[in-house]
Design a protein around this ligand. Structure first.
Ligand code: 5AD
Ligand code: SF4
Length: 463
């Protein structure tokens, strides 16, 4: 699974196709949810631009507002609903026409409800229907009726579409390598919203990365719901990484997300052997108790998971590991919850994304189990997990003090233009005084302090 990331956080005024006017219809595109949605929005931007639309950063100037939505948890959907309420109010007040569209995972799930109960939505397009957007936009404009395409595909990978990287920092880019998921974890709506798993031809991935290098990008994150399942003929994920590493030796390579049940030694050896494949692996465990993992249908036990962590740390010493945790899954007892706390103590992750279980319609858990852990208990357990994990992350970060890391500068720090921020190979955010450094450069930074989320340092020499 992929993660919600802060969107539009570091907007530079770039030479991008924003505020293109010339009488073209202007589209404002807003992205919710995970990195895959950010990557999809770049495809959408490319499709729309190609068919003559302009892209604007100002919703008030837009003729078309498209929300690229997420359905992973109830609160992700709530956020979009509130936004839609607001947009509909604006639409009523407007003199000119405003087309409102819902794209992505909510589109897929809620197509009927969105159109019937939540009128004033003009367009609904699922994650595999983005090539059809120009036609859908034209249809709704001509007929005044809602236009909809939520057909899922077994083939679509948008492999031939060159993404328009609307909100990129120019240093680091997402490259989608596969779509969909066949794992059917009991809690997860993704297989229903994004459909079956399919991989993009590896040559198109290499080409896209090569182009990014030519454009000055320094880092890519390869995206897929479960990258370990990547396969194009004989090329599996480890082989793809190996080839990409050799073809683009100056490019830092990351990926998200890998499934613990399919993470092979072959892949770990690629991390170890290829300098530009980052020493960071996200291995979402979800829970610290094997019976819960079985109910979640994750396909591994805590023993096999711990064995994997040990292998990763043996094969790639110094590798940084992060995870995802869900609290309050169906039937979770207090003792099972404590097993999650014990696992955190044992593995000592550098970072964790932590969530309360949110029942999602159509999933195995929704059909077979009762969502029986009271909300306040889920919340209390989540708080315990977060508090423990922050103290572990803080201790891990404190152990970095004095060390020197190679940091790729991504831009200004959020607090001050006198400071830069960037990430270590191990994916830790570092803030340091600007000195002579600029975005896109590497700096060797000595760590001088930290919080649980960020390292503070001082550049000691160019990398
Ligand atoms: N409730 C809570 N968290 C969920 N995730 C996925 N589905 C749910 C759900 N129904 C979490 C998992 C996944 C991450 C991206 O989101 O931890 O790895
Ligand atoms: Fe990730 Fe499992 Fe959901 Fe697939 S079904 S996206 S592996 S959590």
């Amino acid at each position: 699974m992929l993660h919600e990331i802060p969107i539009l956080e570091d907007l530079d005024t770039r030479k991008l196709p924003y505020a293109e006017t010339n009488g073209r219809r202007q589209v404002y595109l807003e992205t919710y949810g995970c990195q895959m949605n950010v990557s999809d929005s770049e495809i959408v931007a490319a499709v729309l631009r190609e068919s003559g639309y302009g892209l604007t950063r100002d919703a008030a100037q837009a003729d078309v507002v498209l929300l690229n939505t997420c359905a992973i948890r109830e609160n992700a959907e709530q956020k979009v609903r509130h936004r839609l309420d607001h947009l509909r109010a604006q639409k009523r007040k407007r003199t000119g026409a405003l087309t409102i569209g819902v794209l992505g995972c909510m589109a897929e799930r809620l197509r009927h409800r969105l159109l019937e109960q939540e009128q004033l939505i003009d367009l609904v397009a699922g994650p595999d229907a983005y090539r059809d957007l120009p036609r859908l936009l034209q249809e709704t404009q001509e007929t005044g009726q809602a236009a909809i395409n939520v057909q899922l595909s077994r083939e679509e990978t948008y492999a031939d579409i060159a993404p328009v990287r609307v909100d990129s920092n120019g240093v680091s880019a997402f490259v989608s390598i596969m779509r969909g998921c066949d794992n059917m974890c009991a809690f997860c709506v993704v297989p229903f919203t994004r459909g079956r798993e399919r991989s993009r031809p590896f040559t198109t991935i290499l080409d896209e990365c090569q182009k990014l290098v030519e454009e000055g990008y320094k880092e890519v994150t390869l995206l897929g719901q479960n990258v370990n399942s990547y396969r194009d003929g004989k090329v599996n994920f480890a082989a793809l990484l190996w080839r990409l590493s050799a073809a683009a030796p100056t490019l830092r390579i990351r990926y998200s997300t890998s499934h613990p049940k399919d993470c092979t030694d072959e892949l770990l050896h690629v991390h170890q052997a290829c300098d530009n494949v980052c020493d960071y692996i996200h291995l979402p465990v979800q829970h610290g108790n094997s019976a819960v993992l079985q109910r979640m249908r994750r396909g591994y036990t805590i023993d096999t998971y711990l064995h994997l962590i040990a292998r990763a740390r043996t094969i790639c010493p110094g590798v940084s590991i992060s995870t995802d945790i869900i609290t309050g899954f169906c039937g979770e007892t207090e003792a099972e919850h404590r097993d999650t706390l014990a696992l955190l103590e044992q593995v000592r992750y550098d970072h964790a994304y932590m969530f309360m279980y949110s029942e999602r319609p159509d999933t195995y858990a929704a059909k077979k189990y009762r969502d029986d852990v009271p909300h306040w208990v889920k919340k209390r357990r989540l708080t315990e997990v977060i508090q423990l994990q922050s103290s572990i992350a803080l201790q891990n970060n404190q152990a970095e003090i004095g060390k020197v890391h190679t940091v790729l500068v991504e831009g200004n720090s959020r607090r001050s233009a006198d400071q830069l921020r960037g990430r270590t190979d191990t994916n830790k955010m570092v803030v340091f005084d600007r000195q002579q450094y600029a975005k896109g450069q590497y700096a060797k930074v000595q760590i001088t302090g930290c919080t649980s989320a960020t390292l503070l340092g001082k550049a000691v020499e160019p990398a």
